[in-house]
Design a binder for this molecule. Structure first.
Ligand code: GLY
Length: 400
């Protein structure tokens, strides 16, 4: 415990050496609890990985409420989140052991830089290598990330003016709202290589998404499928939500996060307007419970008995904290995120030490219609929870 406490202090120092003097505030004990718990859970997970028989399926994806653990290989869309969580935990605690585990698993994703079979290469590489490059770069990190951006860009069509999401399923050319997240890698690649073509694709994709995915109330469709030869829309529907016209909770969060960084990267006000409108849909939604952890779909038929989705809440918190920094009137966004993070740090969502098979948070929903990962621990919930805590500390300049 003593090691964890001192690593916590060192981590905050790492985060912001310029932060103001230490303030002791009982109100923020939840932050320390969250970081300490993340530290011990992620370390336990890293030790489990060392004991695995497989040397390929080494990425922890989820742990069901029935106790089933799902390990995946590097081609799974979630493979970058656990290495990314290790990087955030390293940043938050300063524990070099976490950094070593993070580097080891990150390097196991190296070949994904050339994987052109999914848009998710953005998630897989930016969460892992992106954080590695930011925190403890090695010379090969930058070319790996640039190649990953090239792989993602290979999926862009000048006809639909979008990046194709999936190569499976019944659709001719599916684009899902989640794809907004992968644009961050393209903005990074343009900044790094001084080649605007990546950024221009991201802008085209974001503009098409505003036009084709969003409804009048600023909720969104999950999947929009295009005719790849004409660019005409073939269908607007759902895959993981309750219905084609419903608001799947994680999809709303992906969109909010995506348009927030589009504004940060471009300063184009249409993206800020979009992010604010999505934030308003989420924050003023009558289906949002008092603790601010949404049901898996804002239109789930069995509210208030529907499962909650901690992952949607964690992504929303990370996105709103970013948005709060970009606007002069960001306080309501900050306050909303703070409340989400406090709830996620409570015993209702934060796993007790030594439980949850090394995951940090409980109660996310992967795909309710497929009865998959319902009320489970899932790696991306942990990742965005830690990102939220990091951003919260940066904003509050909190030191204990
Ligand atoms: N990107 C897939 C999901 O959010 O479940």
């Amino acid at each position: 415990m003593k090691i964890i406490r001192s690593s916590f202090v060192f981590g905050i120092f790492l985060l912001a050496a310029a932060f103001k003097p230490v303030t002791k505030n009982e109100e923020t004990d939840w932050v320390k609890k969250g970081i300490d718990r993340a530290h011990s859970q992620l370390m336990a997970m890293a030790k489990s990985i060392e004991g695995l028989k497989s040397d390929t399926a080494v990425f922890p994806r989820s742990f069901s409420k029935e106790g089933k653990m799902l390990w995946v290989g590097k081609h799974d869309w979630t493979s970058g989140f656990y290495p990314g969580s290790l990087w955030y935990a390293y940043e938050l605690t300063g524990d070099s052991t976490l950094g070593k585990y993070a580097r080891k698993l990150t390097n196991q994703l190296k070949s994904i830089q050339n994987y052109r079979g999914t848009h998710d290469v953005g998630f897989m590489m930016y969460c892992s290598y992106g954080n590695a490059f930011r925190l403890k770069p090695q010379v090969s990190d930058e070319p790996v990330l640039v190649n990953a951006a090239k792989s993602l860009a290979s999926r862009y069509s000048p006809v639909t003016k979008t990046i194709r999401s999936w190569d499976f399923g019944k659709w001719s050319y599916p684009v899902i709202i989640d794809n907004m997240m992968n644009l961050e890698l393209l903005f990074w690649a343009s900044r790094t290589t001084k080649n605007d073509s990546y950024k221009n694709m991201a802008i085209q994709h974001a503009d098409a998404t505003i036009k084709n995915h969003y409804r009048k109330d600023f909720s969104c469709y999950h999947v929009v499928s295009y005719d790849p030869t004409t660019g005409k829309i073939e269908s607007k529907e759902t895959h993981q939500g309750f219905s084609d016209s419903s608001a799947w909770a994680r999809g709303q969060a992906w969109g909010l996060y995506g348009f927030t960084f589009c504004y940060r990267e471009t300063h184009e006000h249409r993206y800020l307007d979009q992010a604010r409108a999505i934030a308003s849909f989420i924050m003023n939604n009558s289906a949002t419970p008092a603790d601010l952890i949404p049901y898996w779909d804002y239109n789930a038929p069995d509210i208030p008995n529907a499962p909650r989705d901690a992952s949607a809440a964690a992504i929303t918190a990370a996105a709103l904290l970013e948005l709060s920094k970009l606007v002069p009137d960001g306080k309501p966004y900050f306050m909303y995120s703070e409340k989400i993070l406090k709830t996620l740090s409570s015993d209702a969502y934060l796993a007790r030490q030594g439980t949850n098979n090394g995951f940090i948070l409980m109660n996310s929903v992967g795909s309710f219609p497929e009865k998959s990962e319902v009320s489970s621990a899932i790696n991306y919930a942990d990742y965005y929870y830690l990102e939220g805590i990091k951003k919260y500390l940066e904003i509050t300049k909190l030191k204990k």
